[in-house]
Design a protein around this ligand. Structure first.
Ligand code: SIN
Length: 419
């Protein structure tokens, strides 16, 4: 029998940050479906928002609420903004080097932001954050990492969660944290890893844990149009923040590129229908031909490898699924409706994002709420030595995926995009 103080499912920023911030005396198991790096946080390009100064507080909150169509929970947004500076300081403490120009942080902009308030590590912000955190994670003697392991269900007894069931084992824990990410993998065209397909949300639903607004799905406006079913290559919104423009087949602009994502995606879809085409265009040349390669080295290299030179030609772009705003309903400490079970990051619904997430608020949410959750457990930890005789449950991951597809399909807006 394997008994842990805390089990964390998922190796993205939310799960990893929580693990690192938990007290070192706790015996922690971190389980992930593939390898540590195979998380969507690792793919994040644009950046991470931060409150630059007190004068920016009201406008940062307002930008987040406006992007979210005022369906956000305002108190959650205030926490996000007010704890952003200490969250970023913590990342710097763990070794993250955000890009600087002349020794000053280089704040960039994305859609929906009224000012430049996004820190970045070139165009691979998620990768550099995760590499720093993974280095620290691997040093921690109290954290055991289990890769290539599929969690299929929760262990539940008398309305309390006591761990998880994997394909081959049972792992008991006093506290269980779902940090399993969103559900992009069920979509035909997504920027997400294909194995991230709503497992956490499905487990919650099957165990009667409250979920909220899971059909609030974000479609990113600018992903590279390719004739394949592979993960769509994201062209970061910060490319538009630095000047890139969207064009139709007559080489004409038809939208404001820096409106919130849902508005830009809708404008592109409408234009595609009007022109009866499968893609529109993005011109990166407005970023400055000499700046494209230095500011966006990863995007540039990938495009060149695909035979596209953004310095001389337009990119074919199409909107694709990107993020799940809804999820398992949680309070400010990430507590779910099931005792002993917490949810953090994209799998959770803190109310921060409302109906449409403001660009670069997702990494920040993972940092801020991961830290709050860890602090909560550190203060309130109670050890249970559990040994529950479980009846065999014939659940598999395919069933979880089918459940998620069925629920999402009820939403007319997203139905046509599901695999
Ligand atoms: C992007 O770089 O466009 C994505 C950033 C985000 O999802 O907020």
């Amino acid at each position: 029998m394997m008994n842990y103080d805390v089990i964390i499912v998922g190796s993205g920023l939310a799960g990893t940050m929580t693990a690192l911030e938990l007290d070192k005396s706790l015996n922690i198991l971190l389980i992930t479906k593939k390898s540590l790096e195979d998380c969507n946080s690792y793919l994040a390009q644009g950046g991470i928002c931060v409150l630059k100064n007190n004068e920016d507080r009201e406008s940062f909150i307002e930008d987040t609420l406006r992007a979210g169509h005022y369906k956000n929970k305002k108190s959650s947004v205030e926490i996000l903004v007010d704890e952003s500076i200490s969250g970023i300081d913590r990342l710097i403490y763990y070794g993250v080097n955000f890009s600087k120009t002349n020794n000053i942080y280089d704040y960039t902009k994305e859609g929906g932001h009224s000012t430049n308030r996004i820190l970045h590590c070139n165009d691979e912000t998620g990768k550099y954050i995760m590499l720093s955190l993974f280095e620290e994670l691997k040093k921690r003697k109290n954290i055991k990492i289990l890769e290539d392991t599929e969690v299929i269900d929760l262990i539940k007894k008398e309305n309390r969660c006591f761990g998880v069931i994997t394909k081959d084992n049972k792992y008991f824990a006093s506290n269980t944290i779902l940090a399993t990410g969103g559900l992009g993998g069920i979509f035909k065209h997504t920027t997400n890893f294909s194995h991230i397909k709503g497992d956490g949300i499905a487990m919650a639903i099957r165990n009667n844990v409250k979920v909220k607004d899971i059909s609030y799905i974000q479609i990113h406006p600018t992903t590279l149009y390719e004739n394949s079913n592979n993960r769509r290559f994201l062209i970061s919104e910060s490319v538009r923040g630095e000047g890139a423009i969207i064009l139709n087949h007559k080489n004409k602009r038809f939208t404001n590129e820096l409106m919130p994502r849902d508005i830009v995606s809708r404008a592109i879809y409408d234009e595609m229908r009007k022109e009866n085409v499968e893609y529109e265009y993005l011109s990166m040349r407005e970023v400055g031909v000499e700046k494209i390669e230095s500011r966006f080295p990863m995007i540039y290299e990938n495009l060149i490898n695909k035979g596209i030179d953004p310095k001389t030609e337009n990119l074919k772009i199409v909107p694709s699924e990107h993020y799940t705003m809804g999820g398992i309903e949680v309070d400010e400490y990430s507590k779910t409706s099931l005792e002993g079970l917490f949810a953090v990051g994209e799998v959770s619904n803190t109310g921060v994002h409302g109906k449409n997430r403001l660009a670069s608020n997702s990494l920040l949410e993972s940092v801020v709420y991961g830290r709050k959750l860890a602090n909560y457990i550190n203060k309130n930890f109670e050890r249970f030595n559990v040994d529950i005789d479980l009846k065999e449950r014939f659940i598999n991951l395919e069933k979880n995926t089918e459940l998620i597809k069925e629920i999402i399909k009820e939403d007319e807006r997203v139905k046509e995009y599901i695999n």
